[in-house]
Design a protein around this ligand. Structure first.
Ligand code: NAP
Length: 454
C-alpha cells in the first residue's frame, strides 16, 4: 500500500501520501549538500542548543507524538510516551557530550605536534524501521547533527507521520532548513541515493535483505555503512539465578513493543533443574496480559504493525508446531479486526523448524531446556545473529564465562538488554556491524583525520 498510515488496531487507512517526484527529491538533495557547506561551520555549542531545544519540544509534545506512533504502528501508548522521552534524553546526552567526544586527541610521535581531528563527512542517509518510529531516528540524528553532518531520512513506508514529525521538530528547534530532511520515498529509490556522490555514507536499521541491498549498493560506491539488523537474542537462566526475577523480566524482555524489538529476548535457554519453575511462572504471566486497543493505558499488548507481520508470525508458529513444537499458551491470532496475535510460548522446538534459527518478530517466546552452562552457551551461539544477550546466574565464575563466550554485541547479566545513550549499541554476525550511541556512535560518521606537524 505505498506510503500510508494505517491503524493496525482497526485496519482503517488514516492518511496516504504521494511519494516525492524525481524533481522534488533532487531539490532536497541539493538543499542538503548546500546546507552542509554552511552547517559544518556552525559552532558545536550552537548545535547543542538546537538539540536541547528539540528535547524541550519532544517533552512538550509527548502526548501528541506518542499518539501518532501508536496510531501508525500499534505500540501501547505508555511505551510510546516513554519512547518520546527517551528521544529527549538522547538529544540532551549528545548536546552535553559531543564536544568532548570530538575534541582533538593529542598523540606523542616524532612530530612537534600530532593529533587526531574528527570532522563531519557530509550528507548521511538514514534508512529506518517502523518499530521505534522516533527513537530509531533520534539515536541517529542526535550524534550525526552534533558532528556537523546533515541527515536525510528514508523512514519505513508505514510511519510517514512520525517521519515528518522528526523533520518538523528539528526545524522548530532551530536547525537550519536542510540540516535534516524526511524523504517520502519507497525502498526502491534508496540505491539511487547511495549512487549520488553527494551522499557520503548511510545507516540502515531493519531486516537482513534490506541491509544486504543497501550494503551492496554502498560497496559498489565505496561508501561507509552502519547496519543494525535482526536478532534472536538468547535469555539464559542458570540454576543459581533468582528465578522469580528472571521470569518477571522475561515477560518485558520478550513482549516490549508487542514483541517487535530487535533486542527482544527471543530464545529462552533454561537449565533443566529450574525449567519447570521458570516455565510455570512465564505461562502464568503471559496468560495475565491484556491484549487490545493500544490507546488504552491498561493494555499490555497491542496489534502487530502490519498485516504481513502478523501473517508471518502466524506462519512461523504454525510451521514450528506442525514439525512437533508444543504451544504452552497462545499460538493464534485474536479473532476480529486488527493485527492482533496472542502472547505465545512454544517449547520442544524441533531441529530445522523456524523456531530453531529464525527471528520471531512478534509476541512469541521460544523455550529451550539445557543440562548445563556448556550447552547453554553452545545453544546461545548457534544462531546466525549476534545482537544482544541476557544471562541470569549468581555464580561469579559463570558470569565471567558468559561475558567472554557469548557471541553478541552485548551481554546483560541479571537484567534485560536495553539501549542506553551512554553505552554503545550494535551487533556482530548477521545482526550487522558498526555501533550507535555513546562515543562509538558519534565517531561512525566522521573523518578521523590524522594531523602531523614537524
Ligand atoms: P525492513 O523491511 O528491512 O524495513 C526497514 C527499512 O528499510 C524501511 O525503511 C524499508 O522501507 C527499508 N527497506 C526495505 N527494503 C529495502 C531495500 N531493499 N533497500 C533499501 N531499503 C529497504 O525491516 P522490517 O522488517 O520492517 O523491520 C524489522 C527488522 O528490523 C527486524 O529484523 C528487526 O530485528 C530489525 N531491527 C533491528 C534493529 C537494530 O538496532 N539492530 C532495530 C529495530 C529493528 P519500506 O518500509 O519502504 O519498505
Amino acid at each position: 500500500m505505498g506510503i500510508a498510515s494505517v491503524n493496525p488496531a482497526t485496519g482503517e487507512i488514516l492518511k496516504t501520501f504521494t511519494p516525492l517526484t524525481s524533481e522534488e527529491l533532487a531539490a532536497k538533495l541539493a538543499l542538503a549538500e548546500a546546507t552542509f557547506q554552511q552547517y559544518r561551520r556552525t559552532a558545536i555549542s550552537e548545535r547543542g542548543q538546537w538539540l536541547r531545544q528539540a528535547a524541550d519540544i519532544l517533552e512538550r509534545d509527548q502526548v501528541a507524538l506518542a499518539k501518532t506512533m501508536t496510531l501508525e504502528m500499534g505500540k501501547p501508548i505508555k511505551s510510546a510516551i516513554a519512547e518520546v522521552l527517551k528521544c529527549a534524553l538522547v538529544c540532551r546526552f549528545y548536546a552535553d557530550n559531543a564536544a568532548g567526544y570530538l575534541e582533538d586527541v593529542l598523540i606523542a610521535t616524532d612530530a612537534s605536534r600530532s593529533f587526531v581531528r574528527y570532522q563531519p563527512l557530509g550528507v548521511i542517509l538514514a534508512v529506518m524501521p517502523w518499530n521505534f518510529p522516533l527513537w530509531q531516528v533520534f539515536r541517529f540524528a542526535a550524534p550525526a547533527l552534533m558532528a556537523g553532518n546533515v541527515g536525510l531520512l528514508k523512514h519505513a513506508s508505514n510511519v510517514p507521520q512520525s517521519a515528518l514529525a522528526v523533520e518538523r521538530i528539528l526545524l522548530e528547534a532551530g536547525f537550519p532548513e536542510g540540516a535534516f530532511q524526511t524523504l517520502l520515498i519507497g525502498a526502491d529509490r534508496v540505491s539511487d541515493l547511495i549512487n549520488d556522490e553527494r551522499v557520503k555514507a548511510a545507516t540502515l536499521t531493519g531486516s537482513e535483505p534490506a541491509g544486504m541491498s543497501l550494503a551492496a549498493a554502498a560497496g559498489k560506491q565505496i561508501k561507509k555503512v552502519v547496519l543494525e539488523l535482526g536478532g534472536s537474542d538468547p535469555f539464559i537462566v542458570l540454576d543459581t539465578a533468582d528465578i522469580e526475577a528472571a521470569a518477571a523480566t522475561a515477560v518485558t524482555a520478550r513482549l516490549l513493543n508487542n514483541g517487535q524489538t530487535c533486542i527482544a529476548a527471543k530464545r529462552f535457554i533454561v537449565m533443566e533443574t529450574v525449567a519447570d519453575q521458570f516455565e510455570q511462572l512465564l505461562v502464568a504471566k503471559f496468560q495475565a496480559l491484556r491484549v487490545g486497543d493500544p490507546l488504552d493505558e491498561t493494555v499490555d499488548i497491542g496489534p502487530l504493525a502490519t498485516v504481513s507481520i502478523v501473517s508471518e508470525i502466524a506462519h512461523q508458529v504454525e510451521k514450528t508446531v506442525a514439525m512437533g513444537g508444543k504451544v504452552l499458551v497462545g499460538g493464534q491470532r485474536l479473532e476480529g479486526k486488527g493485527n492482533f496475535y496472542l502472547p505465545t510460548i512454544l517449547t520442544d522446538i524441533p531441529v530445522g523448524s523456524p523456531g530453531e534459527k529464525e527471528e520471531f518478530f512478534g509476541p512469541v517466546a521460544l523455550l529451550f531446556r539445557v543440562k548445563n552452562i556448556d550447552e547453554a552457551i553452545a545453544l546461545a551461539n548457534d544462531s546466525p545473529f549476534g545482537l544482544g544477550s541476557s544471562a541470569w546466574t549468581n555464580n561469579p565464575a559463570e558470569i565471567e564465562r558468559l561475558i567472554t563466550e557469548i557471541e553478541a554485541g552485548c551481554v546483560f547479566i541479571n537484567g534485560m538488554v536495553k539501549s542506553d545513550p551512554r553505552l554503545p549499541f550494535g551487533g556482530i554476525k548477521r545482526s550487522g556491524f558498526g555501533r550507535e550511541l555513546s562515543v562509538e556512535g558519534i565517531r561512525e560518521f566522521v573523518n578521523v583525520k590524522t594531523v602531523w606537524i614537524k
